[in-house]
Design a protein. Structure first.
Length: 72
């Protein structure tokens, strides 16, 4: 399923904290299946996800715990 979502497009992302940023993301990242930073797929431990923003009309976007400041 994830392999079919690797097409990259430009998205307007409203990050937590109110910053609106234009980002080049894969469909998997935009739909919350992969980390915004490292493209890890959600699992447990350091690969667990935390929400970091939203794409209007698409949904929430996430970073893995490691990329959002957690231990690697």
């Amino acid at each position: 399923m994830i392999s079919s979502k690797q097409t990259v497009s430009t998205y307007a992302v409203m990050l937590d904290g109110g910053t609106l940023e234009t980002m080049e993301l894969s469909a998997a990242q935009a739909e919350g299946f992969e980390c915004l930073t490292c493209k890890a797929q959600c699992s447990t431990g350091a690969e667990a996800f935390v929400p970091v923003g939203r794409i209007p009309s698409v949904g929430s976007v996430f970073q893995c715990v490691a990329c959002s400041g957690g231990a690697r």
